[in-house]
Design a protein around this ligand. Structure first.
Ligand SMILES: CC(C)(COP(=O)(O)OP(=O)(O)OC[C@H]1O[C@@H](n2cnc3c(N)ncnc32)[C@H](O)[C@@H]1OP(=O)(O)O)[C@@H](O)C(=O)NCCC(=O)NCCS
Length: 183
């Protein structure tokens, strides 16, 4: 399974991570484990494709109304071309479509590239977890997914925006060609 191989390669090549943590993490995304996740939730894994090759991935976990970004990554040869940003946008759109009001994740505090991409996508750092997983510092990030609808305010008859339960939105054609569910 190509996506499993890419995930393993990206995780093991991650400069900002403890060696034992990398081994433990990559073992979570074997082909059989990925298949089981996709069976439970068809949107849990999606990939970015370029020239018919898988060059990026995103693994996420929906927990009722909250979406956890577990891992995303891009093949080193395809980095710095906006692919990471596109993956996060697809994740946010997917969260909205799945009725989630928030996406969250944690990143190693030394992972500057990911911090940059998360910030561009509108994630905000919540706090730093010092001496956390394998003694490393982690930053906790979140992004509230705006779900607004226009309603008529009865009292002053002005049109106002209020949170809605769910906003169904279709993907832009460009995004549909780039990002596909990993099935
Ligand atoms: C994080 C990652 C997915 C970004 O993918 P990408 O396709 O290069 O992302 P983009 O092209 O959308 O954006 C890259 C941004 O990071 C910045 N960047 C790259 N390396 C950097 C570094 N070492 N320090 C600071 N910023 C860095 C780029 O300048 C760019 O920011 P800009 O748009 O302001 O110029 C990719 O680096 C990766 O796969 N890393 C290893 C796996 C990983 O760390 N995943 C996240 C775990 S939470």
């Amino acid at each position: 399974m190509a996506v499993s191989r890419l995930i393993r390669r990206v995780i093991l090549g991650c400069y900002a991570s403890h060696p034992k943590a990398k081994l433990g993490e990559s073992a979570k995304y074997t082909p059989s484990k990925l298949r089981a996740r996709i069976k439970r939730d068809r949107d849990a894994v999606f990939v970015a494709i370029s020239d018919r090759r898988i060059v990026g991935f995103c693994v996420n976990c929906r927990d009722d109304g909250v979406l956890q970004l577990e891992w995303y990554g891009v093949d080193p040869a395809h980095r710095q071309h906006g692919m990471g940003q596109r993956l996060l946008q697809h994740l946010i759109n997917s969260g909205r479509r799945r009725g989630c009001h928030k996406v969250w994740c944690d990143t190693n505090a030394e992972n500057r590239a990911s911090a940059r991409v998360l910030s561009h996508a509108g994630f905000e750092p919540v706090c730093t977890l010092e001496n956390h997983w394998y003694g490393q510092d982690f930053i906790l990030w979140q992004k509230v997914i705006p779900m607004m609808r226009v309603v008529r305010d009865e009292e002053d008859s002005h049109t106002v925006s209020r949170p809605a339960i769910r906003l169904v939105r279709t993907f832009a054609p460009r995004e549909r060609t780039l990002v596909a569910a990993a099935r």
